[in-house]
Design a protein around this ligand. Sequence first.
Ligand code: FES
Length: 104
Amino acid sequence: MPEIAACAADELAPNEVLQVFVDGRAPIALYNLDGQFFATDDTCTHGDASLAEGDIEDGEIICPFHMGAFDIRTGEATAPPCVSPITCYPVRVEDGTVYIEVDS
Ligand code: FES
């Protein structure tokens, strides 16, 4: 799978989320959970909302449209009206840069 350089690790403060645009595919949401980075689909599975515009609470991202939620570590839907999970992507940090492994 291709890997993209998403941002500098110090660009994303703890418990913040960033929308990452990737050529040829839907955007990805990149999270800093207490210093550990995670990536998921940015688009909610319930509607056309950007999860990067939501809030992080206790390891979950709260959708800004109808307050559904997903576990950031697993992608599991954790609060209605969300039912279907979001996809998670592997993340690594090297030399201060955050890389996300994306599907094509
Ligand atoms: S669009 Fe996300 S909860 Fe409805």
